[in-house]
Design a protein around this ligand. Structure first.
Ligand code: BGC
Length: 681
C-alpha cells in the first residue's frame, strides 16, 4: 500500500548501484551487480505469483498417504499448490535445521521462492513475525520463548528482528515482495484483555510489547521490498464500536511513534488463525428487526457486536484508519484458511424464526456456539483459496485473501506436552471444558490435538472435507518431494460391448517408466468394478442401451496419477448377443470432437459361435448431424436414418472377433438413437 519509501533509502540504493556499475565500466569488478529493488507497489499481491512452502506440502503428503478416498487425496494435492505463510515463531526458526524440527531456514525459504519465481513475474513471500516478549498473554497455547522483561525485549531486537532483517535485506532477495504479518494477537490483547488478565496488564504497563513492535516495524519497514501488515484480530473480537475506537487509537499511536511512521505499514491482517467467516450470506443487516429487536442484539452470539464478518470489519477498519490520518492506500488481508464453514451443516437459506437467537443460530454459517472459541474448531472447513484483490468487497479495500495459518497445523493442545517453545496446555483446546469466556459453553475443540503449530492430521482431513467453496481436485502432483506424475494414456477406444458391459483398450505413453497400473473413470468417478489387465479393461454392470463416457488414468506405485486420457463415449449394445444367426452387437464411440464436428468409430462384434458373412448397422442421426465421410464400410442415408453395410473385406467376422468402421460428421457426436446390428451367417 505505501508507495512512498523514505527518500534517504531510495537515494542510498541508487548510489550503491551506480557505484558498482562505475567500477564494472573500468573493468575492476566482475561480480554480478545486486538486483535493484523495484519501487513498492500499492498491493504486493496484485499480479504476483506466491511462494508455495515445500515444508508445508511435505506435511500435506503425510495426510495424502492416510486419506481414505481418492477425491480427498486429489483435493489435498490441490492444496499443495496453494501459498501459505511461513511462521518465524521462535528464534530457532530463522536458522532452521535440527533445532527447529528439520524445517528449512528463513534464507532457505527465500531461496526456494527465488527458484519458484518466473522471470518478469513478481513473487510474494508471506512471513509471520511472531515472537513477542510475553507472547499470547491472554492464553496459554502459544506462549512464546521470550519473557516480558527488558532482557526479553533486547533478545527480540537483536536475536530475532535484526536476524530476520539481515536475511530480508540480502541483495539477492531484492526482487521478491516480502509480506509480513506482524505479531498476531499482540496489540488486540492490549485493547481488550488488560483489565481481565494480569499478564496482559503487565504487557501493556511495561510498554515492552509496544516497543518491540515499533522496533520490528522500523527495522523491517526500512527494507524497500518488505510490506508490513499489522495483525488486528477479527470482527468477533474487536468489532464492537467501543472496541474499535481504542483499537484505532492504539495502532495509530504506536505507528506514529516509529521513525518511519505510516510508511512502515502497508495495511492490516485480520482473522489470522481464526475461523470468522468473510461474509455471513444470510445475515447481512445487523439492524434488521426480528421478534421486535435488531439481529445484532442476539444475546447468544452477536451480543450487540454489529460486525458479523470480516468484510464488515475490514470496511469499518479502513474508514476509521483513514479518518485517523492513515494514507488512503492502506489495504487489508484476510486469513481465509479455515473460515469456509461448508459441509452438511451449512445453512442454505435464511431462518424464518421470529426468535432472534433461533434466527441467528439457524442462519449463520459460523458453527461456533460462541465467537470467542478459537482452538481446533470442530466442523470448520477451509475458506476461499488465496487470491489477490478478491472481487465483491470494494469498501473493504482487500489486498488479498491469504492462508496465514497453514491449515492442518494445530492451534494448541489441552494436555501438557513437554517442549522448549514455551507452549502450554490450554483449556480452550479441551472439548470437555465449559469455558467462562464462552458463557459456560463448550469450546468446540477437536480432541487429541498436538501442540500449537504441529501437524494435526484429523483436523486437516476435516478442513478439506468441509471446505467452502469445495477444493478442486487436482489431476496430479506438482510439488517438490512428489515424484513426477505418469503421462496420460492415449488412443482410448472401445473394443467390444455387450448390453451390460464395455471393453476398452488404450496405448501406454512410451515415457512411462514407473507406471504400476491404470484406473478407469466414468465421468469423474472411478469405476470400482473394472477389471484392468495391461492396457485393456472390462467394465461390467452397465445399464443396457445407455450412453457412457470413459477415461483412463495411469498411476505409479507412489500413488501419483496422470492427467486423464481423452474421453471415449459409448452406448451399450442393444442387439441381443447369444449367437443367434442374425445377431451381432454394435458400439458407437466418439473418438474426437471439436466445435461443430466429430469423428466416431463403430465396432461390430460377433458374439459367436459361427463367423458372419455380412453385417448391417443402423441408427438415426441426432438433430443437426450429418455424415461427411466414412471409411471401412458403406452407408445409405434416408432422412435421419443411417444404414451401414460392411466393406467387401470386413463382412466376415470370426466368433468373438470384431470389425470397425469410422466416419466423420458435422454437429455434435452422440448418436440419435440406439444402434441395431444384424448379421448373415
Ligand atoms: C503456533 C506457531 C505456529 C503457528 C502456525 C501458532 O499457533 O504457536 O508455533 O507456527 O500457529 O501454525
Amino acid at each position: 500500500m505505501n508507495t512512498q519509501s523514505p527518500l534517504s533509502r531510495r537515494f542510498g540504493r541508487a548510489v550503491a548501484a551506480s557505484g558498482i556499475s562505475a567500477l564494472l565500466a573500468v573493468g575492476m569488478l566482475t561480480a554480478t551487480p545486486a538486483v535493484a529493488a523495484p519501487p513498492r507497489v500499492d498491493n504486493p499481491f496484485a499480479g504476483a505469483t506466491n511462494y508455495v512452502n515445500p515444508d508445508y506440502a511435505a506435511l500435506v503428503n503425510t495426510s495424502i498417504a492416510a486419506a481414505s478416498t481418492e477425491s480427498a487425496k486429489r483435493k489435498m494435492r490441490t492444496i499443495q499448490t496453494y501459498p501459505t505463510a511461513v511462521w518465524m515463531d521462535r528464534i530457532a526458526a530463522i536458522a532452521g535445521g535440527a533445532s527447529n524440527g528439520g524445517r528449512r531456514s528463513l534464507e532457505g525459504h527465500l531461496d526456494a521462492a527465488l527458484a519458484q519465481k518466473k522471470a518478469g513475474v513478481p513473487m510474494t513471500v508471506q512471513i509471520v513475525i511472531y515472537d513477542l516478549p510475553g507472547r499470547d498473554c491472554a492464553a496459554l497455547a502459544s506462549n512464546g520463548e521470550l519473557p516480558l522483561t527488558a532482557a526479553g525485549l533486547q533478545r527480540y531486537k537483536t536475536e530475532y528482528i535484526d536476524a530476520i532483517a539481515a536475511v530480508f535485506a540480502k541483495p539477492k532477495f531484492a526482487d521478491l515482495r516480502i509480506t509480513t504479518v506482524v505479531e498476531v494477537d499482540g496489540l488486540p490483547n492490549l485493547v481488550t484483555n488488560v483489565a481481565s488478565d494480569p499478564d496482559c496488564q503487565l504487557a501493556k504497563s511495561s510498554g515492552i510489547q509496544v516497543k518491540a513492535m515499533q522496533y520490528a516495524l522500523d527495522k523491517l519497514g526500512a527494507i524497500p521490498n518488505v510490506y508490513n501488515y499489522m495483525d488486528i484480530a477479527h470482527s468477533g473480537w474487536l468489532g464492537w464500536d467501543n472496541n474499535l475506537t481504542p483499537t484505532v487509537q492504539l495502532y495509530t499511536d504506536l505507528v506514529r511513534g516509529t521513525a518511519g511512521g505510516f510508511g512502515n505499514v502497508s495495511g492490516f491482517a485480520t482473522n489470522t488463525s481464526n475461523y470468522t467467516p468473510t461474509a455471513e450470506p444470510f445475515l447481512t443487516d445487523p439492524e434488521k428487526i426480528v421478534g421486535g429487536v435488531p439481529v445484532k442484539s442476539d444475546p447468544k452470539f452477536y451480543e450487540y457486536n454489529p460486525r458479523f464478518d470480516e468484510s464488515d470489519f475490514t470496511a469499518s477498519l479502513y474508514s476509521a484508519f483513514v479518518a485517523a490520518g492513515w494514507p488512503a492506500d492502506i489495504g487489508m488481508i484476510v486469513d481465509t484458511s479455515r473460515n469456509g464453514w461448508g459441509g452438511s451443516k451449512r445453512p442454505t437459506a435464511v431462518s424464518s424464526s421470529t426468535n432472534v437467537s433461533t434466527y441467528v443460530a439457524e442462519s449463520k454459517i459460523d458453527q461456533r456456539n460462541h465467537r470467542g472459541a478459537w482452538c481446533n474448531l470442530s466442523g470448520a472447513g477451509m475458506g476461499a483459496a488465496p487470491q489477490a484483490s478478491p472481487a465483491g468487497f470494494a469498501s473493504s479495500h482487500l489486498d488479498a485473501f491469504v492462508w496465514v495459518k497453514p491449515p492442518g497445523e494445530s492451534d494448541g493442545a489441552s494436555s501438557t506436552i513437554p517442549n522448549n517453545e514455551g507452549k502450554a496446555a490450554d483449556p480452550m483446546c479441551d472439548p470437555t471444558f465449559n469455558a467462562p469466556v464462552l458463557m459456560g459453553q463448550k469450546t468446540g475443540a477437536l480432541p487429541n490435538a498436538p501442540l500449537a503449530g504441529y501437524w494435526f492430521g484429523a483436523q486437516f482431513a476435516m478442513l478439506v472435507g468441509n471446505a467452502f467453496p469445495a477444493i478442486p481436485e487436482a489431476g496430479g502432483p506438482t510439488q517438490p518431494g512428489d515424484t513426477t506424475a505418469p503421462t496420460a494414456p492415449t488412443a482410448l477406444r472401445v473394443t467390444a460391448t455387450t448390453a451390460t458391459s464395455v471393453s476398452l483398450s488404450w496405448t501406454a505413453s512410451t515415457d512411462n517408466v514407473g507406471v504400476s497400473g491404470y484406473s478407469v473413470y466414468r465421468g469423474t468417478t472411478p469405476v470400482a468394478g473394472a477389471t484392468v489387465i495391461g492396457t485393456t479393461a472390462t467394465v461390467p454392470g452397465l445399464t443396457p442401451d445407455t450412453a457412457y463416457s470413459f477415461r483412463v488414468e495411469a498411476k505409479d506405485s507412489a500413488g501419483n496419477r496422470s492427467a486423464p486420457s481423452a474421453a471415449v463415449s459409448v452406448r451399450t449394445a442393444t442387439s441381443p448377443g447369444g449367437g443367434g444367426s442374425g445377431s451381432c452387437t454394435a458400439t458407437y464411440a466418439v473418438t474426437n470432437s471439436w466445435s461443430g464436428g466429430f469423428v466416431a468409430d463403430v465396432t461390430v462384434t460377433n458374439p459367436g459361435p459361427t463367423a458372419t458373412k455380412s453385417w448391417t448397422v443402423g441408427w438415426t442421426l441426432a438433430s443437426g448431424q450429418a455424415i461427411t465421410n466414412m471409411w471401412s464400410a458403406s452407408n445409405r442415408i434416408s432422412g435421419a436414418q443411417v444404414t451401414v453395410s460392411n466393406a467387401e473385406y470386413n463382412g466376415a467376422i470370426a466368433p468373438g472377433a470384431a470389425a470397425t468402421f469410422g466416419f466423420q460428421g458435422t454437429g455434435a457426436g452422440a448418436a440419435g438413437s440406439p444402434l441395431t446390428c444384424t448379421a448373415t451367417r
